[in-house]
Design a protein around this ligand. Structure first.
Ligand SMILES: [Zn+2]
Ligand SMILES: [Zn+2]
Length: 432
C-alpha cells in the first residue's frame, strides 16, 4: 500500500505557483497527490501544521561538503544531514575538494555518496580549471555531458581574464553557468578582514571592497563580451551590488547570491577576534550589509546561498591570522534570513522562498525542486515555524561547529523536511 502523508493546516508559501494561504497538502509516495480539495485519505499520517509555513524545500547554490579529501571536516553524508536539518532538499557541492571535481569521475563519486546518504539531492559543481590552477580548462564538456550545470573555481577567483573569457565561451556552448568567486587577489593578499576603520583599530590586515568590485566589473564585461551565463557568488559590497544593478538594467543575463552571514553581520562583529566571523569575502560595513539586504528585497541579488564552509575545531581555535576563513551555514540559513530580513519587514516570506528555493532551483537546473507545489510534482518540502525562538548551539548535524551564529538567538525553526516523499527531518530531528 502506498504511504500517504497529510500536511494539515499550514500556510503554504509557494512563489512558483503564486500560492500563499492556508491549504492542506497530501503526499502519496514520493509525489504531491492533492492540494486543497481531495486531501483526505484513510490511514494517512497526519502532520498538524497549524502555525507552520509549508514551502518547497530549500535549494543551496553554494556549499562545501569537503568530500573527497577532508572527511574530518564534513562528508557528503553529514553535510546532507545538516542540509536536511536546515530545510534544504537540494545542495550544490563546490568543486574545491581533494581531488578537485574537475572531471566526471569525481562528479560521479560525489553523486554516489549522496545517493547512499539519501538525505537530499546533491548537485556537484564542476571546476572550471584543472586542479583549480586557474590556467588549463578542466573537462568542462565531459562534465556538462554528465549533467553538471554549474562550474566554479570557488575558493579562488579565475586570475586570468583570458581564461575566464574562454570559460564563458564554453558556458555558452554547453548551456551551463560559470559561478565566480570575485576577488582580485593582488588587492586581498594577506587580508584578515574588511579594510576600514575596524581593521585599523583591531590591527588586522584588510582587503578593500574594491578587491571584489574590480573582479565583478571585469566579470560582467566578459559576460557581455561572450554571452556566457555568469553567476556571482557571495557578494559582500555595496559597490558590487550597484554594478550588478546596472548590468541587469542594461539587459545582461547575470545572477548573484549573498550569504546569510553577510546579511546578518558586519565588520563591527570582529571586535571579539572570534574566528567564526573570519570569512571570505570578509564581513564589510553596516552600510554594505544594508545595501545587500536592500538588493535581496529588490531582486538585484537573486538568491541567498550559504557558502557553508566547515573547518576543524583546532583550525578555528588557532590565532586569528592562522585560522582559515569560513562559517558553516546550512542549519541556520533560514532562521538567519527570517530574523534579519523578514522580522524587520524588509522582505516577505514569499520573497524568502523565492530567493532560497525557487530561483536557486532554476539557476541550478534542479527541476524537481523549488516548487510549484502541485499534484504530480516531487514531494520536496519544508515546514517551518516562523515564530519559534531558539539558541544556536553545538552539537550540529554538520561534522564541524564553526558557526558565526553560535550563541545567537534566532527566530524561525525547521520542523519537517520531506525529501522525495520521505520525512528526513520530523519534529525538528533528523530521522537518519
Ligand atoms: Zn568563494
Ligand atoms: Zn565558497
Amino acid at each position: 500500500m502506498t504511504e500517504h502523508t497529510l500536511f494539515r493546516g499550514a500556510r503554504v508559501v509557494d512563489p512558483a505557483s503564486g500560492r500563499d494561504g492556508t491549504i492542506d497538502v497530501l503526499i502519496e509516495g514520493g509525489t504531491v497527490a492533492a492540494v486543497g480539495g481531495g486531501t483526505e485519505r484513510r490511514g494517512a499520517t497526519v502532520l498538524d501544521c497549524r502555525g507552520l509555513v509549508l514551502a518547497p524545500g530549500l535549494v543551496d547554490l553554494h556549499a562545501h561538503l569537503r568530500q573527497p579529501g577532508r572527511e574530518d571536516k564534513e562528508t557528503v553524508e553529514t553535510g546532507s544531514r545538516a542540509a536536511a536539518v536546515g530545510g534544504y532538499t537540494a545542495v550544490a557541492a563546490m568543486a574545491n575538494t581533494d581531488p578537485v571535481a574537475d572531471n566526471a569521475a569525481v562528479i560521479e563519486e560525489v553523486r554516489s555518496l549522496a545517493a547512499r546518504a539519501g538525505l537530499c539531492d546533491v548537485f556537484p559543481v564542476g571546476a572550471i580549471t584543472k586542479g583549480l590552477g586557474g590556467e588549463e580548462m578542466a573537462e568542462v564538456g565531459e562534465m556538462a555531458q554528465a549533467g553538471v550545470r554549474v562550474f566554479s573555481d570557488d575558493g579562488r577567483c579565475i586570475p586570468s581574464a583570458r581564461v575566464l573569457r574562454n570559460a564563458l565561451r564554453y558556458a555558452r556552448a554547453f548551456d551551463v553557468v560559470i559561478a565566480e568567486h570575485c576577488e582580485d587577489a593582488s588587492l586581498s593578499e594577506g587580508a584578515q578582514m574588511h579594510e576600514g576603520l575596524h581593521s585599523s583599530t583591531l590591527g588586522l590586515a584588510g582587503a578593500p571592497a574594491e578587491a571584489e568590485e574590480v573582479a565583478v566589473f571585469r566579470d560582467l564585461a566578459l559576460a557581455r563580451l561572450t554571452g556566457g551565463r555568469l553567476h556571482l557568488c557571495h557578494l559582500s559590497a555595496a559597490g558590487s551590488v550597484e554594478l550588478v544593478r546596472l548590468a541587469k538594467a542594461s539587459g545582461l543575463r547575470v545572477t548573484a547570491e549573498v550569504t546569510p552571514h553577510h546579511l546578518a553581520f558586519s565588520d563591527e562583529d570582529l571586535v571579539t577576534y572570534d574566528t567564526n566571523f573570519k570569512v571570505n569575502p570578509p564581513l564589510r560595513t553596516v552600510e554594505d550589509r544594508d545595501a545587500l539586504r536592500a538588493a535581496v528585497a529588490d531582486g538585484t541579488i537573486d538568491a541567498i546561498a550559504t557558502d557553508h564552509a566547515p573547518h576543524a575545531v583546532e583550525e578555528k581555535e588557532a590565532e586569528f591570522d592562522q585560522s582559515p576563513p569560513g562559517t558553516i551555514g546550512l542549519e541556520t540559513a533560514l532562521a538567519a534570513v527570517l530574523t534579519n530580513l523578514v522580522e524587520p519587514g524588509l522582505i516577505s516570506l514569499s520573497r524568502t522562498i523565492e530567493a532560497m528555493s525557487a530561483t536557486p532551483a532554476t539557476i541550478l537546473g534542479a527541476a524537481e525542486h523549488g516548487g510549484p507545489i502541485e499534484p504530480g510534482r516531487p514531494a520536496n518540502l519544508v515546514a517551518f515555524d516562523p515564530a519559534a525562538d531558539w539558541l544556536v548551539q553545538a552539537p550540529f548535524a554538520s561534522r564541524s561547529r564553526n558557526s558565526a551564529f553560535l550563541g545567537k538567538r534566532l527566530r524561525g525553526k525547521v520542523i519537517h523536511t520531506m525529501y522525495r516523499g520521505q520525512l528526513v527531518v520530523a519534529d525538528g530531528k533528523a530521522q537518519r
